[in-house]
Ligand binder design. Structure first.
Ligand SMILES: Nc1ncnc2c1ncn2[C@@H]1O[C@H](COP(=O)(O)OP(=O)(O)OP(=O)(O)O)[C@@H](O)[C@H]1O
Length: 233
């Protein structure tokens, strides 16, 4: 079943075109890697799919809902998002962040508690539940944000640089969790500069360059990102 479809999407910001002619589709249970140089447009594409950035042209459909035809809440409920930089609230504890995310997606309490137990144990955060973000290390904050994004079971999971700041054990654990999500039916779109790790988990790749899709296909066909040339601009 098709979970996400983009047709000829264009995004503009401050008078410049950041994305153009973006078209691709994702099926359920698929892990798709969004790759490309710094500034290629990966995060911009995620924010456009989320509706955080308004598209100037084109169509985006998630599980048959679109921002054009359906209300924004129905559309957004289909997506869970792990941003590149943790967005934690200074006044909430780790546990309160989990509760906030789980409640806003209507996750049942028993399921929430079980997941929190499993994920905090896997990420070695069990003793941090009552801490505030400021007393956590950068990697720990990243883990908290990661758990928040994994609590709901949405059809689409967007993860921007999920491995950044994590130690190797946490990266391996997260890789396993991403696989588990996909096995459960979730379509996972992730960005990463860790190409070797990406090759391990993704089924297909989409390469962006200067805000356009340069290339896409099965991950086994992915070679490398071409060195940026000055005359590419
Ligand atoms: N708020 C903004 N205002 C104007 N331009 C922006 C803004 N955010 C990003 N851009 C521009 O959009 C382009 C794409 O940026 P984006 O963050 O999507 O790249 P990326 O592929 O995610 O890069 P990275 O690998 O460094 O995370 C860049 O040229 C960047 O300068």
């Amino acid at each position: 079943m098709k979970i996400l479809e983009l047709k000829n999407v264009e995004t503009q910001l401050g008078g410049s075109t950041l994305l153009s002619k973006i078209s691709f589709a994702m099926e359920e249970s698929r892990v798709v890697a969004l790759v490309g140089h710094n500034g290629a447009g990966k995060s911009t594409l995620m924010k456009t799919i989320l509706g955080e950035l308004e598209k100037a042209k084109g169509e985006i459909t998630i599980n048959e809902t679109s921002t054009q035809d359906d209300d924004l809440l129905t559309y957004k409920e289909q997506i869970s998002y792990l941003p590149e930089e943790p967005l934690l609230l200074t006044e909430l504890t780790v546990m309160q962040h989990f509760q906030l995310y789980a409640m806003s997606y209507g996750v049942e309490e028993a399921i929430m508690e079980e997941k929190i137990k499993t994920y905090t144990s896997g990420f070695e955060l069990e003793d941090k539940l009552n801490e505030y973000p400021e007393s956590l290390s950068k990697g720990m904050r990243q883990k908290v944000q990661t758990i928040c994004a994994l609590l709901p079971d949405t059809p689409l999971l967007l993860i921007d640089e999920p491995f950044m700041g994590l130690d190797v054990f946490a990266m391996d654990y997260l890789e396993e969790l991403i696989r588990e999500k996909a096995r459960g039916g979730t379509a996972v779109l992730l960005t990463s500069h860790q190409l070797e790790r990406v090759k391990d988990i993704a089924d297909t790749y989409i390469m962006l360059q200067h805000g356009e899709v340069l290339d896409q296909g099965p991950i086994d066909d992915f070679k490398t990102i071409r060195r940026r040339k000055h005359d590419d601009h």
